[in-house]
Structure formats: C-alpha cells, structure tokens
Design a protein around this ligand. Structure first.
Ligand code: NAD
Length: 250
C-alpha cells in the first residue's frame, strides 16, 4: 500500500536519527510532507535533504528543543507557512537515564522530565490549535514498554514514560470533540543510537527475553506509528500500541 498519508503534513520530533528518522522517511514515502525536528541540526538537515532527493519526497528541517515553548511555536508555524497546515504530531524525542531511584540526582530527574514528559505536553499544547485549524488530526506519543512495566532501574525514564501513557489518554478525551486522536506507542528494545551505550550483553538479554528473540528495527515501530497517524486508525484513540516482539506478553 502507498500514499497512506497523501495530503497530510506531519511534524516529527527527534527525527534526526533512530526511530524518528525512520518515521520521517516512511511518512514521506507514504505521501506526507514532513517537518523533521530535532536539536541535532547537521543530522536533521541531512534527513530532510535525503527525503527531498528521494522520489516525490518533501521535507523541511526545523531546530526544535522540545523543552522550549518558543521553539514549538516556531516549528508549528513553519509547518503551516511551508506546507499550509499541520495534521500529524509525533512526539518521539526522548532521552534515557539508567540510574535507579537512589542514584538519580535531582538535576538528572529534572532533565529527563523536561525532555520526555514536559516536551510531550508542550508539543500537544502547541500543535492542538493547528490541528483544529486543519479540521482534525492525529497525535502519536512515544512511550516505551517501560511506561507499562518496571525493570528495576531507570527511575526517571520509567516515571516519564508512564506519564506519557496516561497523558495521552486524557488528551484523547479532551481533543476528541475537535476530531483529534491521541495514542501512545510502547516499543521494546529497538536498535537505535539510544541503546548503543547499553552493554552488548544487557541488550542481548533484554532482546532475547520476548517471544521474538531479537531486538526490533526502527522501521518496525515506524509502521505502527504510521497506522496511528493515518486515517486508517480513524476509530483508534486513547489506545496503547505495544511493539515489543512479545516482551510484555510473557
Ligand atoms: P535516539 O537517541 O536514537 O533518538 C532520539 C532523538 O531525540 C535524537 O535525534 C535526539 O537528538 C532527539 N532529542 C533528544 N533531546 C531532544 C530535545 N530536547 N529536543 C528535540 N529532540 C531531542 O533514540 P530512539 O531509540 O530513536 O528513541 C526515540 C523514542 O523512542 C524516545 O522517546 C525513546 O525514549 C523511545 N524508546 C526507545 C526505545 C529503544 O529501545 N530504542 C525503546 C522504547 C522507547
């Protein structure tokens, strides 16, 4: 199937690499015009120009630190100015800290909350008026399996990913009258730069603990995000899409 996002404009945060980059590429292949947003300007610009060089691709890079309301205002207005509207927001940017409850410092806690949790809220707040102006749309918030289950570490990460799950549900109720759907996605271990610092043994152990005994690929999450972003998911809101190779099934 192609052209699943024809006529749509999507803003994807953290799109310079990893899963956000895969989403930007696949959304463009499916006909969306894409705002590639990140703090990694060189890598982000490269993603946008790769999309623009590819067949029928259309993308623009915007510097967006998701913790800053002023950056959000600029990103949303760039989408409307360059592409005429905004229909889809993917709150994908995120950072990881492995420290447990006792090891986490206040500064580290705040940093993770600012990017993962506040960034997701600010994104929905900034994008909602534009999605309303477009007649409705879809917000997809990237949580984690660690927003569903514990792991015995990564305290601040778990806290923020759990918050994204429930924030998505209340936003789904708030925005439904405006024809805006909001869902959360819960990836398992996916091979991206985020998990590179984890020791290879740890990555292997986590990846082999699910039903499908390997780590996931960024594209395998991006296709789930594509579904939720598209009109195919017109009756799906306030839902959790788990993409983890069956890790949480066991
Ligand atoms: P990644 O580190 O490869 O990419 C994250 C991107 O977010 C980077 O491009 C980074 O520059 C950007 N970013 C960080 N802080 C930002 C900020 N303040 N403003 C804007 N952009 C910022 O990670 P990934 O694995 O592709 O992760 C994408 C999302 O998926 C994250 O929310 C992550 O928590 C989540 N996730 C990842 C995994 C995994 O195993 N990789 C599993 C579950 C959930």
């Amino acid at each position: 199937m192609a052209n699943r996002l024809t006529g749509k404009v999507a803003l994807i945060t953290g799109a310079a690499r990893g899963m956000g980059k895969a989403e930007a590429r696949i959304f463009a292949q499916e006909g969306a015009r894409v705002i590639v947003a990140d703090v990694l300007d060189t890598e982000g610009r490269r993603v946008a120009s790769e999309i623009n060089r590819s067949q029928a691709g259309c993308a623009e890079y915007v510097h967006l630190d998701v913790t800053l309301a002023s950056d959000w205002e600029n990103a949303v207005s760039t989408a409307e100015r360059s592409f005429g509207a905004l229909h889809i927001l993917v709150n994908n940017a995120g950072i990881l800290s492995l420290a447990g409850v006792e090891q986490t410092t206040e500064a580290e806690w705040q940093r993770i909350v600012d990017v993962n949790q506040k960034g997701t809220w600010l994104g929905m707040k900034a994008a909602a008026p534009a999605l309303r102006r477009a007649g409705g749309g879809s917000m997809v918030n990237i949580s984690s399996i660690y927003g569903l289950i514990g792991s015995g570490g990564a305290a601040a990460y778990h806290g923020t990913k759990g918050a994204i799950r429930i924030l998505s549900k209340t936003a789904a109720a708030e925005f439904a009258p405006a024809n805006i759907r909001v869902n959360s996605v819960h990836p398992g271990i996916i091979t991206t730069p985020m998990v590179e610092p984890l020791a290879q043994d740890l990555r292997k152990n986590i990846a082999s603990a699910g039903c499908i005994k390997r780590a996931g690929r960024p594209e395998e999450v991006a296709y789930g995000v594509l579904f939720l972003a598209s009109d195919e998911a017109s009756y799906v809101t306030g839902a959790e899409l788990v993409i983890d190779g069956g890790y949480t099934a066991l």
